[in-house]
Design a protein around this ligand. Structure first.
Ligand SMILES: [Zn+2]
Ligand SMILES: [Zn+2]
Length: 131
């Protein structure tokens, strides 16, 4: 499966999703993604390869030993990794194709923003009516 950043400069590929897909609500993911939560999944290092963009890819150490890799041109956060772990953590929404499995859990909901509501809202396939 192929993944890429918003501008397309940074690309990666994975052989499989190896751990359950989860929506992470932690404060660090909120800030890193500028979003209420981030959809992530573990991929074994053997199953992950950077394909392009080594010249524009950079990383931020958000906590000791945890690197968050992102594109310095467009800002997309693609992968996080912790030193010594056998897997990396892919940001599932940067995959260009269906990962096959489906989200199985929400984690760190104790750090939800008080304004977050993700159920029972009207949903539109595009812009809302009347816009
Ligand atoms: Zn980019
Ligand atoms: Zn998180």
């Amino acid at each position: 499966m192929q993944g890429s950043c918003l501008c397309g400069a940074v690309r990666y590929e994975i052989d499989s999703i190896d751990k359950p897909i989860g929506h992470c609500h932690c404060r660090t993911c909120q800030k890193a993604h500028a979003a209420a939560f981030a959809t992530t999944a573990g991929v074994m290092r053997d199953h992950f390869r950077w394909v392009s963009g080594d010249d524009v890819r950079t990383a931020f150490e958000s906590s000791p030993g945890k690197q968050r890799h992102f594109c310095s041109k467009c800002g997309s956060h693609l992968v996080a990794e912790r030193e010594g772990q056998p897997h990396v953590i892919v940001r599932v929404a940067t995959l260009d194709e269906d990962p096959g499995s489906r989200p199985a859990q929400h984690i760190w909901t104790s750090e939800d923003r008080e304004w977050l509501q993700y159920d029972h809202l009207p949903a539109y396939e595009g812009w809302p009516p009347g816009r």
